[in-house]
Design a protein around this ligand. Structure first.
Ligand code: UT7
Length: 325
């Protein structure tokens, strides 16, 4: 009987248009908004991000990442029996982006759905897929984080528009007799909904309220530092492991200062921290699988390594997954 799930392949995709801080600063200057490469690098660690072309869809990014993950796992799309897409920027109100990804992959029949936990979405989706595999509901899942966050950015608000980017990451998660995913720790507290949200909704054929990101950066920063430390320790305790056992920390890529603070709390040297925020910006639900695939393809994360994944974001939501790769 199957007892565990294990990641057997990873993939990711970045839209071709790379926008440096200097490019963005020049674009914002045309609107009379002042920012600089120095400010963005010093406060966040971000140097560039990728923005999707106007006609691109979140499902397109997800499909590219999914195909690469399937290829690295040596699987055909027809062998997939579950698709979960974590996204905050779905193609449509409905159906789910996962249904569109399924169709674009040329398959049909298996269960598919989206998970909405904003920047923690991939951690939530991976936990759900793991549970479905361990109960025998699925044997070969595609778990995808995909976002076109640039579509919900307010390019008149320099406190948010410099932070985010577009992209997608995916993993193939398969039933396994050996672990795999060791433990997961998920949380949310809706009382913090106002500090990071897109408050608008569709009603009567129109968007009511703002359809753009609003964030109290300092409040998010403080909360993120606290909860990422807490859930890292919680997931280690659940798995019966110590901080020393971690080979790689792959946290949500939002701000290098938050990431380094989490590494310090775990007494991890900086070399064990996977950093892609400088090149990707904050890609919300895509950030963790994008960073993971980047680290795998760079030869950093290797088979057998113990990896701590962490997410934090709107909701407020946060969580961690500990796994043996
Ligand atoms: O995925 C969800 C997770 N989200 C996050 O993790 C975001 C968490 N928060 C942060 O990363 C940081 O709070 C920010 C990067 C958003 C802001 O950094 P900060 O060190 O907290 O800066 P601040 O908000 O205290 O702003 C400092 C100054 C302000 O000017 P004054 O009031 O001191 O004159 C801002 O108006 O920096 C100004 N500022 C900017 N200046 C140039 C804010 N944005 C910019 C900008 N360029 N883009």
């Amino acid at each position: 009987m199957t007892s565990y799930s294990r990641i057997t392949g990873t993939g990711s995709y970045l839209p071709p248009r790379r926008v440096t801080n200097a490019d963005l600063a020049a674009e914002l200057a045309t609107r009379g908004i002042e920012t600089s490469d120095e400010w963005i690098v010093e406060r966040t660690g971000i140097r560039a991000r990728h923005f999707a072309a106007p006609g691109a869809k979140t499902s397109d990014l997800g499909v590219h990442a999914a195909r690469r993950a399937l290829e690295s796992a040596g699987k055909q799309a027809t062998q997939v029996d579950l698709i979960i897409v974590a996204t905050t920027t779905p193609d449509m109100v409905f159906p789910s982006t996962a249904a569109i990804v399924q169709h674009k992959l040329g398959i049909a029949g298996c269960p598919v759905f989206d998970v909405q936990a904003v920047c923690s979405g991939f951690i939530y989706a991976l936990t759900v897929a793991d549970a479905m595999i361990r109960t025998g509901t699925a044997r070969c899942a595609l778990v995808i984080g995909a976002e076109i966050f640039s579509r919900i950015l307010d390019f008149n608000d320099r406190t948010t528009c410099v932070l985010f980017g577009d992209g997608a990451g995916a993993v193939v998660l398969e039933a396994s007799t050996a672990p795999g995913l060791l433990a997961s720790d998920l949380h949310a507290d809706g009382k913090y909904l106002d500090i990071l949200c897109v408050p608008g909704h569709v009603a009567g054929g129109q968007v009511t309220g703002s359809p753009l990101v609003r964030m109290d950066g300092q409040a998010v920063f403080k909360l993120a530092v606290r909860v990422l430390g807490e859930c890292a320790h919680a997931v280690l305790a659940k798995a019966g492991r110590e901080g020393d056992d971690i080979d790689w920390l792959i946290p949500h890529q939002a701000n290098i200062r938050i990431m380094e603070s989490t590494a310090r709390k775990l007494k991890l040297p900086p070399e064990k921290l996977v950093v892609t925020v400088h090149e990707h910006g904050n890609t919300s639900a895509a950030s963790v699988p994008l960073a993971m695939d980047t680290a795998v393809r760079a030869g950093q994360v290797k088979r057998g390594d113990t990896v701590l994944l962490e997410g934090v974001g709107g909701g407020f939501t946060w969580g961690a997954v500990l796994l043996d790769f």
